[in-house]
Design a protein around this ligand. Structure first.
Ligand code: PGA
Length: 239
């Protein structure tokens, strides 16, 4: 089942998404939340912090991470801490353990820990420019596991924007990463997909209309309990 809410701008998306998350957590105070970074969800996390929900019993599960040294400022975990954990007072965290040299083992451990927690209740996702979810790059089927990946050119280009401005200077986007697999994402109880900006319009339209296929990983979301909140009207009429 999927529901789509089309709102007038990114601020309205952030407000409604924050209210959705706050309500979800109120009804399930120990929710296991899969947390996306990237630019899209940041205003939502800011709006959520304004609502001051009690998130102290929730779990934050890291969606993806670059394979870079643990003190590199580009770590997605550092972004997640700044944008989500600290402002929302979330202290129960499952993160990729970068101290492991064996990436296969690192990924297996992350997936095992998620499964030991009981899986994901609420997945908060952005939409990649190529339909990736986390770093499940095309092609990724519905059963793609948690694993190490090489970023596609499209993802490198969009990620480069994160690190080209101050205070990071002109650092390139890392090429190698790990991601929670499609198999875990698609089993989440509820998936909240946030999509803002004209540049995401076509990929959102394809996500909602194409028969699920590995060349467009986001197309598999249509078979999940999906809530899309967007400022792009791809339905032919605003809600
Ligand atoms: P963005 O990234 O939110 O920065 O657009 C989304 C993604 O690539 O998954």
């Amino acid at each position: 089942m999927s529901r789509i809410r089309v709102l007038r701008d990114a601020a309205a998306v952030a407000k409604e998404a924050a209210e959705f998350i706050a309500l979800y957590v109120k009804s399930k105070p120990d929710a296991r939340v899969l947390v996306a970074t990237g630019n899209t969800p940041v205003p939502t996390y800011e709006a959520l912090a304004q609502l001051n929900p009690d998130m102290s019993d929730t779990w934050a599960v890291q969606l993806d991470e670059y394979l870079i040294p643990d003190d590199d400022p580009r770590l997605l975990y550092a972004w997640m801490a700044r944008a989500y954990l600290t402002p929302l007072g979330v202290t129960q965290v499952l993160r990729f353990d970068l101290s492991s040299q064996d990436t296969q083992r690192m990924c297996r451990l992350h997936a095992d820990k998620i499964s030991a927690l009981g899986g994901i209740d609420l997945a908060i996702l952005g939409l990649g420019p190529n339909g990736h979810l986390g770093f499940n790059e095309p092609p990724s089927g519905a059963d793609a596991p948690t694993r190490a990946v090489t970023l596609s050119q499209a993802s490198l280009a969009s990620n480069a924007a994160y690190w080209s401005a101050a205070p990071h200077g002109s650092r390139a986007a890392p090429r190698n990463a790990v991601t929670v697999g499609m198999d875990i994402i698609l089993k989440a109880d509820t998936i909240l997909l946030l999509v803002t900006g004209q540049h995401k319009r076509d990929i959102l339209a394809r996500t909602l209309s194409e028969t699920p296929n590995p060349e467009l990983p986001s197309s598999y979301l249509r078979d999940t309990n999906l809530v899309v909140i967007t400022d792009q009207d791809v339905t032919g009429g605003a809600a």
